[in-house]
Design a protein around this ligand. Structure first.
Ligand code: 5AD
Ligand code: SF4
Length: 451
């Protein structure tokens, strides 16, 4: 028995976005069901999986370095190395350089146990070629989740049909495929019964969620707003979040759902990428600056307290100072609560890589990035200061990493709040009076326990 366990111990490291974190939980569940055992100790593991990200060149370099380091640590120890996730779909390099034993893409994780067993039998698989049209929803798999957590990620749509010219995701994750709403509801109910208080619905573009089924010649549609309504009514005490939204697909119906249900959190992550129409066109974003601003105005009119965050990219092909200034003026106009900012990094296979020149020098990309980061910090601080003196409803998520006498949690707008621990516990909803802030965190005192 001990021998079987020792032979079947796997370790997994996750890079990239929340979708990847959610996928790792699915992969762990798949492997546990097939007689493998999870270990958090890499030394003990004989199967090492890296769940990778391909979104920027830097992510790829990090993983190659990590892989080389791990291989050097485990030399001659007969461990099985697998690359899974987004890089596996586009990079054969790992396999050709004999850095890994197998590589498998995000639509085929159910194959992992078979592949490992195959390799164990001494059969060498260098690149496991899979039918790329195949798309797994994993909807019958209840993901493995760490204990003592009260928030969970849940994938509702996989892949992406929006061909933004800079983005590798449609190539790594394939076309969109929406998960059965009833399987989502069942998983959410199970989470609730297991003590979870908040779920985040995940997808590269949640707004284009669309589930279609034909019953007795009748077509049934469930779109994203309807899915939100379904979950919010059946789980009135569960907080519901979602990410990522696409301005092109964000409908009035979704805004209505957000405003109707108090348990749907008032935060929208709405990547804009650039404030210049010329850049949006080159990026094939399918909306204009004017459309985006109008959308935000609509959201703010119906849900004034809603926080908005962004993704912005600097230095995309042909971006000049005027385009950069348009981004800055858009940021000034919207004053986002927070955002994620990146320098453009050409990704092999994308339209931009093949057809557009990466013609903004690195130093300029970097300077523009720094400018928008500085501006965003000012805007975030501006928003944070407005909270001082006010009371926020917070779900306690854990112990503060900086000071274990403090707890942290989030308010509905997805802003982190820290406060002294006292006798409160993870999973409690509390009212916190805000006394101070930084540009990223609110600091306060609990004044009332809610549940
Ligand atoms: N280079 C830099 N940033 C990118 N993103 C997507 N593709 C690239 C790329 N090639 C950013 C976008 C996206 C976020 C997830 O990552 O801003 O919204
Ligand atoms: Fe997530 Fe995109 Fe990175 Fe894949 S490439 S891990 S989908 S961010």
């Amino acid at each position: 028995m001990l021998n079987t366990i020792n032979n079947n111990l796997f370790y997994i490291e996750t890079y990239g976005c929340q979708m990847n974190s959610s996928d790792s939980e699915i992969i762990i569940s798949i492997l546990l069901k097939k007689g493998f055992y999870l270990t958090y100790n890499i030394e003990k593991a004989n199967i090492i999986l890296l769940n990778t990200c391909a979104i920027r060149e830097k992510a790829k370099v990090t993983i190659i370095n990590r892989l080389q380091y791990l291989k050097s640590l485990t030399q001659n120890k007969n461990k099985i190395f697998g690359i899974i996730g987004c890089l596996s779909k586009i990079e054969n390099e790992f396999v050709s350089k004999k850095l890994v034993d197998f590589s498998i893409n995000p639509n085929s994780y159910k194959e992992i146990p078979n592949i490992i067993n195959y390799i164990k039998q001494g059969k060498k698989i260098n690149f496991y070629k899979l039918n790329t049209n195949k798309t797994e929803n994993y909807e019958n798999i209840y993901p493995f989740r760490q204990k003592n957590k009260v928030t969970a990620f849940l994938s509702i749509i996989r892949g992406c049909n929006n061909m933004c010219t800079f983005c590798i995701v449609p190539f790594t994750r394939g076309r969109e495929s929406s998960r059965n709403p009833y399987s989502i509801l069942t998983e959410c109910k199970k989470l609730y019964n297991n003590g979870y208080k908040e779920i985040t619905l995940l997808g590269q573009n949640v707004d284009s969620y669309l589930w279609i089924k034909t019953y007795n010649n009748h077509k049934i549609h469930v779109n994203f707003a309807q899915l939100l309504n379904l979950l919010a009514t059946h789980l009135p005490f569960m907080r519901i979040r979602f990410t990522t939204s696409n301005p092109h697909d964000f409908s009035d119906e979704i805004i209505q759902s957000l405003s109707r249900y108090s348990n749907i959190c008032k935060h929208i992550h709405l990547p804009v990428q650039s404030g210049s129409n010329k850049m949006l066109k080159l990026m094939n974003r399918q909306y204009t600056r004017e459309h985006y601003i109008l959308l935000i105005k609509k959201i703010k009119k119906i849900i004034p307290e809603c926080s908005i965050s962004h993704d912005i990219m600097t230095g995309f092909c042909h971006e000049n100072e005027e385009d950069h200034k348009s981004t800055i003026s858009l940021m000034n106009q919207i004053k986002y609560h927070y955002g994620y900012m990146f320098m453009y990094s050409p990704r092999p296979g994308t339209y931009a890589y093949r057809q557009l020149p990466d013609n903004v020098p690195y130093e300029i990309k970097k300077r523009r990035l720094q400018e928008i980061i500085t501006l965003q910090k000012q805007h975030s601080y501006f928003h944070m200061k407005q909270y001082i003196g006010h009371i926020q409803e917070v779900l306690i998520e854990g112990c503060s990493k900086k000071n274990n006498m403090y707890l942290y949690g989030k308010n509905t707008q997805n802003i982190t709040v820290v406060f002294p621990k006292k006798n409160y516990k993870i999973g409690n909803f509390v009212y916190v009076k805000i006394l101070d802030c930084t540009s990223a965190t609110l600091i306060g005192n609990i004044i009332k326990y809610i549940n």
